[in-house]
Design a protein around this ligand. Structure first.
Ligand SMILES: [Zn+2]
Length: 352
């Protein structure tokens, strides 16, 4: 979910895409020995998520599950009866806690008695986010929206629409096998190094197998769009863009020709070119943000300037979060100033 709506790849991109078409619904493509790629449909503008299936002696490991829609249950039944026939799912691994990745984890873990594996932060975040009525959370959301320029009348609709989105999940499993940055985990007959990054989420996990030259990258390094880098009400002063830009260093040691398996889009080679494109994209967006803020604006006004075609509460919510990520980076660098107007709204202005 939450992927930026504009492409971030220049026409001169030097990425190499070994496959020209994704696997059809309910089928798999073997991208490396024993490593199967399935593509699941999503009911969003970003209309699919890639998942990775690997068999070990004790059963299958599934990386990410898609979200809970009737169509997706039936696609999983097709996969379980087809390419995965006869085997049980032993392990469900979450790259991160967004609903398009973990939405069916609880269902799958329950059905097979599987182990649920992921970072503590993502598990905790997804447990909290998928519960309605956590004390204090709706107050935090309303004050975040009001402070950023939303009228009182629309904050209720924003909250309802977001809850609908989060409801596309079976209950998140109640316990987890925790993985951490720098650790290793064995699945699919390979030993994977765990790379935990901040930026798109708090503790996003990627998995790198040096021996076969494969990185399962989740949403962190997508081929054509930037993952959403956004500020949300839980951490309104956060600087996820600084975290994201800093995270690129964690991939610096990885050889240039490895195969990157992203959660959205096509597998590719050219990790370092892609990191450079993403870095450039965000630098340009920062320049644009500073330019727009020569005239003082609320974050909502700036969101409309930065995303002129955006409509609907979900998309405005995402645009606001992304806009704030760029604002907070500029605030921390002293390039932008924040003032509070008499109605309590934050007004941002680029310093002269
Ligand atoms: Zn995501």
């Amino acid at each position: 979910m939450n992927e930026r709506l504009a492409p971030t790849m220049s026409k001169t991109s030097r990425l190499d895409f070994p496959w020209k078409t994704p696997p059809a619904k309910g089928t798999v493509t073997e991208v490396a020995p024993g490593l199967l790629w399935a593509r699941l449909p999503l009911p969003f503008r970003l209309n699919h998520v890639n998942v990775w299936l690997m068999e070990d002696d004790d059963g299958w490991t599934v990386i990410d599950t898609g979200c809970a829609t009737p169509e997706l249950f039936s696609v999983w039944e097709t996969l379980l009866a087809g390419p995965m026939a006869g085997g049980a799912v032993r392990r469900v691994i979450a790259t991160h806690g967004h609903v398009d990745h973990i939405g069916l984890s609880g269902w799958m873990v329950d059905r097979f008695g599987a182990e649920y594996v992921g970072t503590f932060g993502e598990w905790m975040w997804s447990r909290l986010s998928h519960l309605h009525g956590v004390p204090g959370s709706s107050a935090a959301y309303h004050s975040y929206l009001k402070r950023n320029g939303f009228e009182e009348a629309v904050t209720g609709a924003m909250a309802t629409s977001r809850n609908r989105f989060m409801d596309l999940s079976s209950p998140v499993p109640g316990c987890i096998t925790e993985i951490r940055d720098g650790g290793t985990i064995r699945f699919g007959r390979r030993d994977w190094s765990i790379i935990v990054t901040r930026g798109h989420t708090f503790e996003h996990a990627s998995f790198y197998d040096e021996a076969s030259g494969i990185l399962i990258a989740g949403d962190h390094l997508l081929p054509k769009i930037s993952p959403v880098i956004a500020v949300y009400e839980m951490t309104p002063k956060g600087d996820p863009l600084a975290d994201y830009l800093a995270s690129f260093q964690q991939f610096a040691h990885i050889p240039a020709d490895i195969l990157v398996l992203p959660s959205h889009g096509m597998p590719y080679r050219g990790i370092h070119e892609r990191i450079e494109e993403l870095r450039t994209h965000h630098r340009l967006r920062l320049d644009e943000t500073a330019e727009f803020l020569r005239e003082p604006k609320t974050a909502l006004e700036l969101s409309h300037a930065m995303f002129p075609h955006i409509e609907g509460p979900d998309n405005i919510g995402f645009a606001l979060g992304e806009t704030l990520a760029h604002i907070n980076w500029l605030l921390n660098q002293g390039i932008v100033r924040e003032d509070i107007d008499p109605s309590g709204r934050a007004i941002f202005t680029t310093r002269a």
